[in-house]
Design a protein around this ligand. Structure first.
Ligand code: URA
Length: 252
């Protein structure tokens, strides 16, 4: 194993993969990384039950409700976002954070919204959570900007990193919808509950949404933990790793 691989596995809390005799053994051994397994089939009943129980999360407008956004190319969309003041977030953020990466990527990762570092630099996931996201990408053979696009549900930083409100999500959603329409990703990975429930348009716990391949207007959508949550709860990194391996399997 090379130094970089070891670094990534340490970052994901999956290293060392072995223990010396006499040392305490991990209670729940984690499968060796990079040995991709076929994800277990999710019973249809689970999907249906989740849909039936879940209340709507917000009135998320369909992109057709903003036809002027649905017709925009990349340059015009970037300009539209830059000039946007459709919700209160623009008044307190430094700049809009549009998204970054390969505009024809197969993989689209969607976070919640910019934090302080992203607000300062104008690029998604450049702080500590971003470093972990880069390592997660590396662990599955991906790299920011190379067949990968990274975007957020809201393009402006919510003050004090609070969760975006429903009306803010609703105002910003057409931009992400048009990004998705232009990229045409083969897979969307929602990072965290806000991204997941905003894309699905219904409320549910993250735990109930994981390990299911959802459908986002014809594009497979999978859901995993937000890297910032993983930084606070490193024990969950093994589950995130399983989600990433399932994602790789879906892409095969
Ligand atoms: N968290 C997010 O959800 N997005 C970012 O861009 C950075 C942190």
């Amino acid at each position: 194993m090379n130094v970089r691989d070891e670094h990534v596995l340490r970052e994901l809390n999956l290293y060392p993969l072995w223990v010396r005799r006499g040392m305490p053994v991990q209670e729940e051994p984690v499968p060796a990384p990079l040995a991709i397994e076929v994800p277990e089939a999710i019973p249809e009943a689970k999907v249906e039950a989740a849909v039936a129980k879940a209340p709507p999360v917000a009135e998320i407008p369909d992109i057709t409700s903003l036809p002027e956004v649905a017709s925009l190319d990349w340059a015009a969309l970037k300009e539209k976002v830059r000039a946007c003041d459709a919700c209160q977030l623009r008044a307190t953020c430094t700049q809009t954070v549009f998204g970054v990466g390969d505009e024809q990527a197969d993989w689209l990762f969607v976070g919640e919204g910019p934090g302080a570092d992203e607000d300062a630099q104008g690029e998604p996931f450049v702080g500590q959570a971003g470093k972990l996201l880069d390592n997660m990408l590396f662990a599955i053979g991906l790299k920011r900007g190379d067949n990968v696009y990274i975007a957020n549900i809201v393009k402006c930083r919510p003050p004090n990193n609070r969760n975006p409100e429903h009306d803010e999500i609703a105002a910003c959603m057409p931009y992400l919808q048009q990004q998705i329409a232009l990229i045409k990703p083969r897979l969307i990975v929602a990072l965290g509950k806000v991204a997941a429930t905003s894309l699905l348009g219904r409320d549910a716990t993250l735990g109930s949404l994981r390990e299911t391949v959802h459908d986002y207007h014809g594009t497979p959508l999978i859901i995993t933990y937000h890297p910032a949550y993983l930084l606070r709860s490193p024990a969950e990194k093994a589950k995130a790793w399983r989600d990433l391996k399932s994602a790789v399997e879906i892409m095969r």
